[in-house]
Design a protein around this ligand. Sequence first.
Ligand SMILES: Nc1ncnc2c1ncn2[C@@H]1O[C@H](COP(=O)(O)OP(=O)(O)OP(=O)(O)O)[C@@H](O)[C@H]1O
Length: 590
Amino acid sequence: MAQSTEKVTLSNMFRFVFGQVLNRKWLLILNIVALTVISLLEFVIPQYTQYIIDHVIPKHDIGLLTKVVLGLLATAIVLGVLSYVSTYYMGVMSQGAITNLRTELYQSTLQLDTQFFESSKTGDLMVRLTSDINNLQSLISANMLSMIGSIITFIFVWIYIFILNWQMAIAITITFPFMFLIYRIFRNRIHNAFRAARASQAQMSNQMQNTLTQIDLIKSYTNEEFEEQRFGMFANQNKQDMIRATQNQALFSPLIDFVNYLGTAIILAFGAYFVIHHQLTVGQLVAYLAYIGMLQGPIRAFTQILNQLQQSLVSYGRVMDIMALRPIIVDQPNAVPFPTMSTGVQLKDVSFTYPESDRPSTGTIPAAVSHVSFNIPFGKTTALVGHSGSGKTTLTKLIDHLYNLDAGDILFDGRPISQIQLQSLRENIAIVSQDIYMLDGSIRDNVRYGRSNATDDEIWQVIEMADIADFVHGLPQGLDTQIGERGVKLSGGQKQRLSIARALLKNAQLVILDEATASLDNESEKTIQHALENLMQSRTSLVIAHRLSTIHNADQIIVMDHGQVVERGTHTELLVANGPYAKLYNAQFN
Ligand SMILES: Nc1ncnc2c1ncn2[C@@H]1O[C@H](COP(=O)(O)OP(=O)(O)OP(=O)(O)O)[C@@H](O)[C@H]1O
């Protein structure tokens, strides 16, 4: 997987998030205008009070009082309307931006190579796609936009106090580096604490995900308590990480306040000195202190927002970890569609070792397949047998181009796999494995996943061929019957036949059966065998089987051991040769 090297910095994060808002720039402008007018109106409202106290009451002018009160109410109404407009459109803007981001992240995740998914944890990915993206959403909020105003105020006031009294301005400016230092120290500490908290949240989410999908296993081994403890451990870790973050936040604000008070004390000391020496009037000192207060306001607001920024920054880093990845397996510029086969598939000296990231941390793993050569002749059935771990499934993944080869080549009618368009390749290969995936939906949805534009007639045709038509006819809602997440309402054999119907609908040129009947008993296997024969009929097929009884009739049998081909021939030839195949066979039947 190729990785880009964009840094996780505040400016990159803002560019990334606000990049999503720029295509709605009128909404952004509307919001900034609304927020500015709201601030102005909020400033005006106390002026009404002041006016009534200072001018209306002394004059006993009831007419003026009515006007001023009506003016106050009118201002309040405008304020309310603007506040509604700004909150509503801010929501529209941030939801739109976040939906875009989430969709973009989802799309780029789906594009990634199999290797990425085999080495990632689902729970962690879920957290990145949901709550990490939500954390970015808070960047597009009224608080964040009002920060822009605060920064402008800060700059103006700072320049203004220099003009008023440069000595005191320098004195107050001396406190800024301390604030900056505190900010730097706590920024890292809060950032690290939040990063740890996100990681432990991902572990919690993984644990939940695993438990919910393996609930039968947990119940049958009565491991509820064990899983509860494991979850408790992750939840506790998350609690501690969050407490650490809170502790740092709690320390950070008072420290910044202290430096602020230090500044005020310095101004009071200097100011009083200047007043005593008649270099400053009392009124000027009071005004100066008021301006210092205006300087400190944005700093305090910023320190509060820092917490949010750090959370968002951690999430941004986690989102970018995925956004920055690019799939390695992509179409070459000269790639062509899958050929209409007439000779078959040829594996030539194929070698492959799983990438470093997929391996267990201890021990070295040898090549999963090494120097494998054989043909899968057109229209014939080739069987692949061998001990567990001998590399059979790996070969099917290589044929489906889920991984790049380390060496050698796989040719489809003489055309190298690297020169065939990925989508076209996978459209022309149907894989039925023992892991049956049923979608949350109807029988029709599940079968039609093989070809999205198939008609009901075509669906019935493949259901017929997969020997499951009687069952589907017997259901009250026929094709519309919901089979629920992971097809819980169907037996293993029924699910397998539906997956065969799906593969039949795909009408692929090459069919791969990877232990397709391994999880079924002998009886079910016999009924499915017929469906499988229909699937393989007049197609080029590769069949992996542990139960050797199922591949007697294969046109050729390839025997694998430790990633290498050790024998090949028909069932009869291999029995006569009395080699590894005969050993496997005798072990099963004697
Ligand atoms: N995703 C993976 N990452 C790392 N190593 C893997 C991965 N999948 C398989 N392996 C290793 O590659 C080797 C070949 O595995 P493979 O699944 O191809 O064997 P197999 O013959 O299909 O086994 P079985 O009959 O048990 O399904 C094994 O040593 C296995 O541990």
